[in-house]
Design a protein around this ligand. Sequence first.
Ligand code: NDP
Length: 472
Amino acid sequence: MESTRKRTQHSTNGKPSEHTEQPAQWGRAWEVDWFSLIAVIGLLCFAPFIVFYFVMACDQYQCSITQPLVELYGGQTTLFTIWDRSPSFTWSAVKIYAIWVGFQVFLYMCIPDVTHKFIPGYVGGVQDGARTPAGLVNKYEINGLQCWLITHALWFANAQYFHWFTPTIIFDNWIPLMWCTNILGYAVSTFAFIKAYFFPTNSEDCKFTGNIFYNYMMGIEFNPRIGKWFDFKLFFNGRPGIVAWTLINLSYMAKQQELYGHVTNSMILVNVLQAIYVLDFFWNEAWYLKTIDICHDHFGWYLGWGDCVWLPYLYTLQGLYLVYHPVQLSDAHALAVLLLGLVGYYIFRSTNHQKDLFRRTEGSCSIWGRKPTYIECSYRSADGGIHHSKLMTSGFWGVARHFNYTGDLMGSLAYCAACGFGHILPYFYIVYMTILLVHRCVRDEHRCGNKYGKDWKRYTDAVPYRLIPGVF
Ligand code: NDP
């Protein structure tokens, strides 16, 4: 199913160069090799246990990830004992989770965005997504910031005035809630899988590899929807996981207060730095329509289960760790973490902003006080249309090809370093983000290489490093 395209090439100064034929590849792979297949089956079977292992290690072993293994190896415990000691499924957790997801669906579907009318500079309301492989441009109701604000206003109103539930509710039900998130994660992935075969939203944007496991994991439909507005990717990518992220951290903070009578500076740092990241996500939700998750990934278990389970449980490990180990950092350590987090965030945001500005103005803008330099490219989409694009070679995009990932990694390291150096568990996040973003970088470059052909080669010659100049 690879389409062939004829491209007009341009040099760095925008002049056209020779014509060439190249295969165009969109989204994820069309064919699955044995290695990918084994990895996919392994992840489908074991990923829920990885999440369980980390949370269980905190619950039963004070966040030591080696102690359970040592005890299992030494025969002091068994898998059944660990399983028996873990809190199980409860109906009260089901009730909490159902209310939570139902409320987020209600906010997403029933309250059109009004915040963009009075918050200067914020882009919300109905926005266009990127062009899909079949050449469609979907419309999205961007109201994530509003949902986040309403949810958090209610959270604080409850803590301060209403007292319907204790702010430690999330921590107190953390393992029973994991059952519920897994049920939703697998249910939504399975539903999306069946829907793709029997009633796809747009059949031309579906991708079948012929391998059922790969299709299930990486998704078939590009933009599954129910009705005109319920978009699976936008909903599950942002809410309920990312809206919950800051609430989960607040619940950990409340638990620290309850257990020790005070909140540590490390907990405040984790809450503040991660809240900046989450708020940035919602402030730029319209922009996220143009990122890889929405533009190129199909909706399957990877996004569905990942957004429901992996993200809320593993992105919040630092706060969970700090409930068990209330680390009070020295002023110098706290300041270093804050600086690393803020500089990382600045690089992440500025790099993304530079590309956005550059693409929006088609290069007619100023980057670091100068007109940006770029390589002009053209490509053919699956519907046969020829499109033109530009790859910037100045600003942060001239420093490295994915300097936004570098900033993201600096921020991620700051969250981990806020937990001190007592245990490995809080550092899982930086290890995971490094693997995720390096893999994403390679995946994206493979796709761009196929899409732009020789123009991509000219770009990689002009900007030779991916993440760290001179190193990688
Ligand atoms: P990018 O925002 O880096 O987008 C990559 C795309 O940008 C490419 O596919 C290409 O698309 C275009 N592009 C590449 N180089 C150039 C250039 N020089 N000039 C102009 N356009 C270019 O990637 P993501 O969508 O992955 O990431 C968005 C942000 O989200 C990142 O900052 C990342 O750190 C963050 N992120 C965070 C995650 C988390 O879990 N915390 C997970 C994933 C991402 P085209 O086909 O249009 O040319």
